[in-house]
Design a protein around this ligand. Structure first.
Ligand code: ZN
Length: 244
């Protein structure tokens, strides 16, 4: 079984379509939150997740767009984009987004949390020390996270007190070793922030218990034109081409 793992679509439909097409045939899809916010096509992105996602969770921008957390927690550009995204949602798409939790235990092997197990909505899990502290809070072998928009992983061997961070190249495959625990961040589909502007995602292959990291180029200028037409903030438009 091939399971597509993606996060932080942020209403970037052009990027999402590129990811779905690059992913090829898949059997399931897990969406790790922030389907909307920032970008120009919230309804279309939610509709694709309604169609494809077996597992979906919420993120801070989803919650802000829905009016469920305080917009003052965001900078002015993000606040403006969240307000606009929320105002666009159809009742059906809002009804799908509203009940999503910020973390889910998938099975014995997998936990999914937008930010981290410790703080599913807000923590940016970027450093090995944070990974170590978070590993203590759950027993699943692997936790899938998003939120930082950085494609990365952490691994910690049984008995070790240290976690190692790795920044995968596109195409890199990580075989899940039974004596090791992992955090896996597939990166962001719609607004990467790791200096690589290509859309990011990962694929879990159950046949060999491995996760492969991917990057795919998409028509960034098209998303930027759509954002301009929607009157979204210029700084959010520009950042897409720099991957930051
Ligand atoms: Zn995000």
């Amino acid at each position: 079984m091939r399971i597509v793992i993606l996060s932080d679509i942020h209403s970037n439909l052009v990027a999402l379509e590129a990811v779905l097409s690059a992913a090829g045939n898949f059997d399931a899809l897990w969406s790790v939150g922030d389907t909307i916010g920032y970008g120009p096509r919230p309804n279309e992105c939610v509709e694709l997740m309604r169609k494809h996602a077996q597992i979906a969770i919420t993120g801070n921008h989803d919650l802000a767009s829905l009016g469920k957390i305080d917009l003052r927690d965001f900078n002015p550009d993000a606040r403006k984009a969240n307000l606009w995204n929320g105002s666009q949602l159809t009742p059906e798409n809002r009804a799908w987004l509203e009940p999503l939790p910020p973390s889910i235990h998938v099975d014995k092997q997998f936990l999914v949390a937008h930010g981290s197990p410790r703080e599913p909505i807000w923590e940016y899990l970027l450093m090995p020390d944070q990974a170590v502290a978070n590993f203590e809070l759950f027993s699943n072998q692997v936790c899938i996270i998003g939120h930082s928009h950085v494609q990365l992983g952490f691994r910690m061997r049984t008995g070790s007190e240290h976690a190692e961070r790795f920044l995968p190249d596109s195409g890199r495959t990580v075989e899940l070793n039974s004596s090791t625990r992992y955090f896996i961040n597939p990166g962001s589909v719609g607004q990467p922030r790791d200096q690589d502007p290509r859309a990011a995602f990962a694929v879990f292959d159950t046949s060999n218990n491995s996760i492969r990291f991917h990057r795919v180029a998409y028509d960034i200028a098209k998303t930027q034109r759509q954002m301009q037409e929607c009157g979204l903030p210029p700084a959010l438009i520009r950042r897409l081409e720099f991957g930051m």
